[in-house]
Design a protein around this ligand. Structure first.
Ligand code: DGL
Length: 264
């Protein structure tokens, strides 16, 4: 099926998810929308994030006829997914279930850590899904909001970033979990620093990688896969395409040609 897969996030972070999608599904067309005018979502209420998510989904469905919606933003996935799934007929893929599925498939899964924005952790969405999937697991979730700004600065190996990681994650180093869910779009770019701090014993679960697997299975099973010759990606933003392009490269791992500004 030639229709694009719609992917949205509050801004540049979801490009880590798009990167994994494009890698796993090279025949697809992807349409990415970064809501840069209203970022961040991580500090906002469920009502506001749900309203923003519905506006974006309406736009992508009515204007661009997407065949599937990937909610790349972990905060929007945690707060708005049930409502989006109720409203729309097309499949809606979030970040929570794919990560939880991966945690549940691990041979060692007694203690699971979750890190994310304040909104994601406050929502309890990961905890609830983990309790249902692995009832015996001990779950430890912690908000790590400053990591978003550090990643956008590009301060990947900077001493300040190591210090902030140490401050947030020291409870995990004292008692390493079997897995740590990186429950925020920005954390994959800090994976190396997180790995260095925590050591090798903990499996780091990346939402983009896990979501790409789920999207692949859904498209294959429904017969909706597109057979193109290399991923085609278009970028839309609600503000400041230039900043999106320059900051976004680190998250996407490649250059972005055209970034179009849209009004929802
Ligand atoms: N995209 C958000 C998330 O994954 C992080 C940035 C924000 O707070 O909007 O939760």
């Amino acid at each position: 099926m030639d229709r694009p897969v719609g992917v949205f996030d509050s801004g540049v972070g979801g490009l880590t998810v798009l990167r994994e999608l494009a890698r796993a599904l090279p025949g697809e067309r992807f349409l990415y929308l970064g809501d840069t005018a209203r970022v961040p979502y991580g500090t906002k209420s469920r009502e506001t994030v749900t309203r923003y998510s519905i506006e974006i989904a309406n736009y992508l469905i009515t204007r661009h006829d997407i065949k599937m919606l990937v909610v790349a933003c972990n905060t929007a996935s945690s707060l708005a997914l049930p409502v989006l799934r109720k409203i729309y007929k097309i499949p809606v893929v979030g970040m929570v279930d794919p990560c939880v599925r991966r945690a549940a498939s691990l041979p060692k899964r007694e203690r699971i850590g979750v890190i994310g924005t304040s909104g994601t952790i406050r929502s309890g969405a990961y905890e609830q899904a983990l309790r249902a999937a692995i009832p015996a697991a001990r779950i430890d979730s912690r908000p790590c909001p400053l990591l978003v700004a550090l990643a956008e600065e590009g301060w990947i190996g900077a001493p300040v970033t190591s210090a902030v990681i140490a401050e947030y994650l020291s409870p995990f180093r004292q008692d390493p979990p079997d897995a740590l869910i990186l429950g925020c779009t920005h954390y994959p770019v800090l994976k190396g620093a997180i790995r260095e701090f925590l050591g090798e014993a903990t499996v780091l679960i990346d939402s983009g990688e896990e979501a790409a697997r789920v999207v692949d299975v859904l498209l294959s099973e429904s017969g909706w896969k597109r057979d193109g010759g290399g991923p085609e990606v278009a970028f839309l933003v609600t503000d400041d395409p230039e900043r999106f392009r320059s900051v976004g490269e680190l998250f996407f791992g490649a250059g972005m040609d055209a970034v179009e500004m849209v009004s929802l």
